[in-house]
Structure formats: structure tokens, C-alpha cells
Design a protein around this ligand. Sequence first.
Ligand code: DGY
Length: 323
Amino acid sequence: MTNKPRVLVTRRWPAAVEAQMAAQFDVDLNRADRPLTEAELRDAMTRYDAILPTVTDRLPATVFDPSPRTKILANYGVGFSHIDTQAAKARGITVTNTPDVLSECTADIAMTLLLMVARRAGEGERELREGRWTGWRPTHLIGTKVSGATLGIIGFGRIGQAMAQRAHFGFGMKILVQNRSPVPTEVLDRYNATQVPTIEDLLPQCDFVSLHCPGGAANRHLINARRLDLMKPTAFLINTARGEVIDEHALAQSLWFGTIAGAGLDVFEREPSVPDALLNTDNLVLLPHLGSATRETREAMGFRVLENLTAFFDGREPQDRVA
Ligand code: DGY
């Protein structure tokens, strides 16, 4: 018997974090490492003091009914649009996330996508591996120059700023920012960036647009057919935020008709499913949600969850409470 809090970890985590977790709590691991169903999560809410979900766990209001034992959802990840935080809060359930520790690596993946799609690296690699490369020629796989181009960043939180740092200092890009609240001048000045009032102001001016805003209902299809039409036909769209921020059907049409030049996507609206219309498009780089996928970051995310959990059960305020 133990009186340690009962904790469910919904997916496999880095071994060092799982070991530390097991030393502090009465932990159940999801050894099969498959996403839990809504019914399994609802049942878990009646049996565990804490659940540690990831982006693959859907936690709508119905999962919290009728009277959960769970007191904290300590999410492994910065994005939490898969959790109905209002419903959780209404039932007295605390929700935390893991900001900061993944900003650099997520911005690295955004920059990877930007470079790959601009320089046609994905197309080139497919051509070479498939034995279709016939050798160097002046007109082969001509891409777009990144250095000195204009980058529009939608959402200027930690990850948006990490992207600006790479683009400004590494590639001499001109940075335009659209953010729901005013960004302090000293932050903009760091990257010689200019904030514009609306997305409509930003899109027509950019050679690249990178999305770093939260997902969820408020931003669903923020980038839709009308807004894609505002982009330059030579411009590229990058998404490492959440899949639902882009209307994927409208994006596929824009790529097909040349309304924009290309896109790089790390996230999708119905992961792990990717629409055929995107899979069959060449001027598109597709990655399987790799934003935070480095050994260092995934461990740091786990230890950040552990800090939140420890604070909560010690009766202290968890540093990353979002609800
Ligand atoms: C995050 O941290 O939000 C990543 O996308 C994984 O959920």
C-alpha cells in the first residue's frame, strides 16, 4: 500500500523522466504506447489523482463527467488545445503545460521547413533516392533565396521570437509580426521587427509566413482560402503550431492553382491522418510533428511536468498553470 498520489502517464516518456516519476509517485505507464480512447480517459479520471496527457489524448468536457478523482492534468507539451480547459477548471481540475523548454527546437523545425521548401530539398531528395537525378544543370530544381527575404510571423510568443532570432541573425531576414496583443518595443527592436495590426496587413508583404499562434477553436482555419489569396504567388507558408490553424483543403487548392508557391507543415488537423490532396502535392514539405523531438527537449519537457506535479501535490502553485 502507498499513499503517494496515483499518476497515469498516457504515453511512453524518456526513460530518465519515467524513472524519476516512479520514484516520487505511484505511477502507471501506458506500456503499449498507443493513444488512449475517450472512454479509457473517462475511466482513468475516476481512478487517478493526476493524468499526464499529450497532444494525442482528446480531453473534451465529456471526459470529466460525472465526478472525477483527477485533480491535475499535467500536459506534456506547450499546446493544450486538446484539453477543454474551461470544463476542467469548472470541475476544479488544474491544468499545466511545458512552455519555454521546447521553443528553440520547435523554431529549428520551422526554419528547417522554411529552408527545405524554399530550396526544394524534399523534392531533390526524392528525385535522388528514386534514381531520377540526371546530373547538375543550370536550370535544375531552382528554388527561392531565403537571405534578405521578408518573413511574417503570426503569434509572437516564445517560439515566434525564437524563429525571429534565427531568421534575423542567421539569414538577415526582414521580420513582420502579427500578434493578438501589442509586442513591447524592446522585444521588436531585438529582431529589428515591425508589428502590423492585422493578418490582412501582413500576408501581402511576406515572402515567407510562419505560424506560431495557439490552436483551438478560436484560431481554427485562421488561414483560410480568403487569406491564402492575400499571399504573394511566390510566397511560402510554414506551420509548426497546430494543424487546425490552416484550412488544409484550401491550402491544397492554393498549392495546386499556384496561389502560393509552397508550404512546410509539421502539424495536421487530424493527426496522424494527412489528406491525400497534400500527400500528392510536390511543392510541400511534410514532417510528422517533430517540433520538440530532440532528446534534450523531450527530457526537459518531462522534468518540467514533474516540477508542476511536485509543486501541486506539495500544496504550492505550479509554475505552468494554464487553468
Ligand atoms: C507541443 O508541445 O505543443 C508539441 O506540439 C507537442 O504537443
